[in-house]
Design a protein around this ligand. Structure first.
Ligand SMILES: O=C(O)C(=O)C[C@]1(C(=O)O)C=C[C@@H](O)C=C1
Length: 392
């Protein structure tokens, strides 16, 4: 994503004052000065920190005013605006001339927005717990640390708690780059009234954790089935012949491994800190680009952000060319389709529902027009949600 961005400053030779200062600092750092004076550099940093702090406080005041401008809304959840957050973060990426990476800057700005929003009342976010799972990391990535995580026992429970209003939003895994779709999540949308409000992509790094930290002690490995699959090659090479046990979550795996010296768990590095375990090895995933995509689910729909994706569930009539007639209006309008997947529709034998993901927002042309046409052919078209494309 960062590669395709257009720089607003620097590209055309016109630099913003901030970009010029960064350039000057870079030049000073490389300008043959053998050793900068530590106290002098720290004094500069202290001055900048003072300015950053003043500006963050000012920003928080303005965010309060935004709250007032929105009027008296029913609950904290009504103040959250994923489309606005995506726009703010895209501008951060667009302005970034280094030295920090896009992902680092986005993380910092997300935390600022998270804190600004929590001035009213923190959002409550349901996720597949317990603490230490990748789902919890996805919650932090999307909502920042000022949101309150609500660890739940299953993906179904995440849907139920959001639908019942006990959580403002939920974060559920939907696919992994190596292992494909998590069918149980997709199937929840067959019956759930919830909307998809966002997507989060998380680079997943797996670690082998144990009580002793010694590979030679290990006779059993616990993990979620997907995590075991992601590390298959590594396990074959480094722990041939050990027992592998698939359990409900990586955090549960760590809890089991914590009970004896000859057991290990595969989980995120974070789980080692949460549960006080030693890291034997990591990252140990077979593919270095291992990424899991999560969906944010909620009770409301949001307006376009300027770069959106839409998830649809289409029930087709059993007639010749039905699927073609669904896809043709999209193709004719050059609407890219990121995914199509069929699932047995509940309650009707040999009837299928198609999960389709396309670029665009349901309130905007050309997707709006295409959906008007598709509606006429399909048995039913359900819009599961239009949401901002994930910011890195
Ligand atoms: O712009 C808004 O609507 C805000 O509430 C402000 C703000 C922000 O800090 O920038 C905070 C929370 C929203 O989710 C989006 C943006």
């Amino acid at each position: 994503m960062a590669d395709s961005k257009k720089k607003t400053a620097g590209a055309a030779g016109t630099k913003t004052p901030a970009a010029a200062k960064v350039e000057a600092a870079k030049a000073a750092a490389t300008a043959g000065v053998a050793k900068p004076d530590l106290d002098a550099v720290r004094a500069q940093i202290d001055g900048i920190d003072r300015q950053i702090q003043t500006l963050i406080a000012e920003r928080a005041q303005f965010a309060r005013q935004v709250g007032k401008a929105k009027g008296k809304l029913a609950a904290a959840v009504d103040y959250y605006r994923p489309e606005r957050e995506a726009q703010v973060l895209r501008r951060v990426v667009d302005r970034n001339d280094g030295p920090l990476s896009d992902a680092e800057l986005v993380r910092l700005f997300r935390e600022i927005m998270s804190a600004c929003l929590a001035q009213q009342e923190p959002l409550k976010i349901g996720y597949l717990g317990p603490e230490g799972t990748f789902s919890q990391q996805a919650v932090h990535k999307q909502f920042g640390h000022s949101a309150k995580g609500l660890p739940l026992a299953s993906i179904e429970e995440v849907f139920d708690e959001v639908a019942a209003g006990n959580a403002d939003f939920g974060v559920v895994p939907v696919e992994n780059s190596g292992q494909g779709t998590i069918q149980s999540t997709l199937d929840m949308f067959l019956t759930s009234p919830l909307k998809i409000c966002g997507e989060v992509e998380l680079r997943v790094h797996q670690y082998l954790l144990s009580r002793t930290g010694r590979l030679d002690d290990i006779e059993r490995v616990y993990s979620h089935g997907l995590s075991l699959a992601q590390c298959k090659q590594w396990l074959r090479t480094n722990l041939p012949g050990v027992e592998k046990h698939a359990v409900v979550s990586n955090a549960e795996a760590v809890r089991r491994a914590k009970k004896s010296d000859d057991a290990a768990a595969i989980a995120g590095e974070n789980a080692a800190h949460v549960y006080g375990m030693q890291v034997i090895a990591g990252p140990i995933e077979d593919r270095s680009d291992n990424t899991t995509r999560f969906l944010v689910i909620g009770r409301a729909s949001f307006p376009p952000s300027g770069n959106d994706r839409t998830s649809l569930m289409v029930f087709i009539r059993d007639q010749p060319g039905a699927l073609y007639r669904i896809l043709e209006p999209l193709a004719r309008r050059d609407i890219s389709m990121n995914r199509i997947e069929s699932r047995p529709a509940h309650g009707a034998l040999w009837q299928y529902a198609f999960f389709i993901e396309v670029n665009g927002h349901v309130d905007e042309s050309p997707l709006k027009d295409a959906l008007g046409e598709i509606d006429a052919f399909a048995g039913e078209v359900r819009v599961l949600g239009s949401y901002p494309v994930a910011v890195p």
